[in-house]
Design a protein around this ligand. Structure first.
Ligand SMILES: Nc1nc2c(ncn2[C@@H]2O[C@H](COP(=O)(O)OP(=O)(O)OP(=O)(O)O)[C@@H](O)[C@H]2O)c(=O)[nH]1
Ligand SMILES: [Mg+2]
Length: 296
């Protein structure tokens, strides 16, 4: 039998390519916020996959993009900073059909001295005819990638292959964490992210980018139900109005959807109370950004 392998694996790429979706699929559990809208992940989040042959500590990172706001400058900085000490880098793209200029720029910024980089071409279920082959050729030509693997994170295609290949690049060492450890964030943080996911999904225009969630308390009642109170924070009264919705319909819907995911995460019945609040211009104030994105 092979020796046990473990290591730290960073997942990097442009925003909205499916990094967090890929990790949720690999982990077989919905831990990470995903969204149809870009700039979903705001923080570096570690999650752990333990099998009988390997333990992989994945680091999900915020998607890279050209930052236009203070908040997005902050999260891009966060992404680059989370690359220290990695054993392998996974770089996720879509089947663009060519070498994307921004990917080229990112590769240049990373420099040549990186750990081995595995390229995952995601969303092949919706790739245009011929685009996958062209993409593979264009990225292979850069000579930067140790492996190139087509996958579909939502369909599950290619995930076994990706995992198998990845394990081969990890150093032979005993596991870093006990097998029951699944993530390095508090339950409070993960619950907040699940609420933010629903609020992001249900609102439009600038509102999703202005939403932060703060979990005020989590208490276990005598009857076993977990009671959670959280605030959904936006920047303006008008945004708060959108989050609440007519007759409170929107915030109720956010709560219903979030509660289902939180119950799955905790394996318990949950009573969730949500309150909408305004913190004026929090996305342009570094200190408030730090506080409201749960950054250390
Ligand atoms: N069709 C299809 N959609 C996918 C696939 N993987 C992810 N998506 C969708 O792509 C969108 C973005 O996914 P995320 O996982 O949030 O992307 P991300 O790279 O983590 O984004 P940021 O956190 O903003 O950097 C979501 O709507 C996903 O459902 C896939 O394999 N096929
Ligand atoms: Mg993400």
């Amino acid at each position: 039998m092979d020796e046990y392998r473990s290591g730290l694996v960073g997942v990097l790429g442009q925003t909205n390519v499916g990094k967090s979706t890929f990790l949720n699929s690999i982990l077989g559990e919905k831990l990470l916020l995903t969204s149809t809208k870009p700039q979903a992940t705001r923080n570096r989040i570690r999650c752990v996959l333990t099998t009988d042959r390997a333990q992989i500590v994945f680091v999900d990172t915020p998607g890279l993009h050209h930052p236009r706001t203070k908040l997005s400058r902050y999260i891009v900085r966060k992404a680059y900073r989370s690359l220290r000490g990695l054993d392998v880098l996974i770089y996720v793209i879509e089947a663009w059909g060519r070498l994307d200029p921004f990917d080229r720029e990112i590769m240049e910024r990373l420099g040549k001295e990186t750990p081995p980089v595995i390229l995952l071409v995601n969303k092949i279920d919706i790739a245009k005819r011929g685009a996958l082959e062209k993409t593979l050729v264009a990225y292979a030509e850069t000579g930067r990638f140790a492996e190139l693997i087509p996958i579909s994170a939502t369909e599950g295609t290619g995930l076994d292959d990706a995992l198998e290949t990845l394990i081969g690049y990890l150093p032979v060492t005993p596991p870093l964490f006990p097998p029951e450890v699944k993530y390095d964030q508090s339950e409070e943080f993960l619950i907040g992210e699940l609420i933010r996911e629903k609020a992001t999904e249900l609102t439009h225009r600038e509102v999703p980018y202005s939403i932060a969630v703060r979990v005020k308390w989590i208490v276990e009642r005598d009857d076993g139900i977990v009671e959670i109170k959280a605030e959904i924070i936006t920047e303006r009264e008008s945004q708060k109005g959108i989050v609440i919705g007519r007759g409170g319909r929107m915030i109720k819907e956010i709560g219903t959807r979030a509660r289902a995911d939180i119950e799955r995460l905790l394996g318990r019945r949950v009573y969730l109370e949500l309150i909408a609040k305004v913190r004026p211009s929090w996305t342009s104030d570094e200190e408030k950004i730090r506080e409201l994105t749960g950054s250390e």
